[in-house]
Design a protein around this ligand. Structure first.
Ligand code: SF4
Ligand code: SF4
Length: 355
């Protein structure tokens, strides 16, 4: 019989400690295995993911709460990507090279869970070959959160601040370095020939304490009980007009959201080669052009209808489409909104929890 103590034993068997000063060496080790490595670096006071060359591993900084752009969405569905090239009547698919191995290090739990939601969208029929090719080449080194700020509300959805699955390796920042837990065969292969001491049960206890502290820092919350019924009952609530009076229609909320998956398809002519390139670019329901059709028609001309769509898609329609809510509580849309519109407040007001 597999009892709780056995689980803890096996967890220890597959857990290691990476000393803080060894992080650059481990990063070089990943690059030496043929991976293109992406990791967070500090840039003008913010953290952003970038591709890390072997000579720049010292720039990696895993001490951050949230990047402006969602790292996994940006890697798997780039903001702009060419899908097809059409020349001389021939259509050539421009698919990612399956031999290109990508590793991303330092992704927080909410973003890993957002990627799992994107997987439902992009592997649902019809399967998206561009997403699938990149996902198959991707190795995820996730990072449990050790702190949270006033925008985080992942605990409302169980999408953070820690992770149980969806990673190849999982890091937790401890006093002496990083606890490294193995989550897949690819992850095991990566640590297999890089020496790290085995973790002790005290390291696992320190991990639990780190996560407990991070949870305690989360102040925002969305009450999801019966949320679909409440949202559907509020389709004609005056709140949508009130929010439209504040919203600028900039679409920043869509662009920074790790679960927003809409794109537009455009054709561009390359004059020198005579080819036509068909590309897709990120699009979002808050943008006026999003619902525009021929002859000047627009199904969501009113900003109130566009905001209602954004909030309802996350908190209502996703459940019927993909069997889960479409928000992971990363807080990006709240932090980046120039009008200070807060999706948690909108839901609380619709529930009658706030006036
Ligand atoms: S709706 Fe806002 S908080 Fe939720 S996942 Fe998108 S950006 Fe994050
Ligand atoms: S970020 Fe704020 S202002 Fe901009 S479209 Fe979204 S809700 Fe409106």
């Amino acid at each position: 019989m597999f009892i709780k103590e056995d689980a803890r034993y096996w967890k220890l068997e597959m857990s290691f400690v990476l000393k803080r000063e060894e992080l650059p060496h481990f990063s070089k080790h990943i690059v030496s295995k043929g991976y293109s490595l992406f990791a967070p670096v500090k840039k003008e006071g913010r953290s952003a993911f970038k591709k890390i060359g072997e000579d720049h591993v010292d720039e990696i900084s895993l001490d951050y709460i949230r990047t402006t752009m969602p790292p996994l969405k940006a890697l798997l569905i780039p903001p702009k990507e060419t899908l097809l090239r059409i020349k001389d009547g021939r259509i050539e698919e421009v698919l990612p090279n399956p031999a290109d191995k990508i590793a991303i290090m330092g992704v927080h739990p909410c973003d890993v869970n957002a990627m799992s939601l994107l997987e439902r969208v992009y592997t649902d029929r019809p399967e998206d070959p561009y997403f699938k090719a990149r996902r198959n080449s991707l190795l995820i080194i996730a990072l449990n959160c050790k702190s949270a700020d006033e925008y985080c509300f992942c605990t409302s959805f169980g999408t953070g601040p820690s992770l149980d699955e969806g990673f190849d390796l999982l890091l937790t920042d401890l006093d002496e370095g990083f606890l490294v837990e193995v989550g897949s065969r690819k992850g095991a292969e990566l640590v297999g020939d890089f020496y790290m001491p085995k973790a002790l049960s005290t390291d696992l206890m320190e991990k639990d304490e780190t996560i407990r502290r991070a949870k305690g820092m989360i102040r925002k919350h969305v009450n999801t009980a019966g949320i679909q019924r409440i949202m559907t009952g509020a389709l004609y609530n005056p709140i949508w007009n009130e929010l439209a009076g504040k919203c600028t229609g900039c679409g920043a909320c869509n662009m920074v959201c790790p679960t927003c998956f809409c794109f537009n398809v455009v054709d561009e002519i390359e004059l020198d080669s005579g080819s036509v390139l068909r590309s897709r670019t990120w699009d979002g329901c808050l943008l006026w052009e999003y619902a525009e059709v021929a002859l000047g028609g627009n199904f969501r001309r009113d900003l109130s209808a566009r905001i209602r769509q954004f909030v309802n898609h996350k908190m209502n329609y996703w459940l019927n489409q993909y069997g889960a809510l479409g928000c992971v509580g990363c807080g990006r849309c709240i932090e980046q909104c120039p009008a200070r519109i807060d999706i948690t407040n909108v839901v609380a007001r619709l529930r009658g929890e706030l006036l």
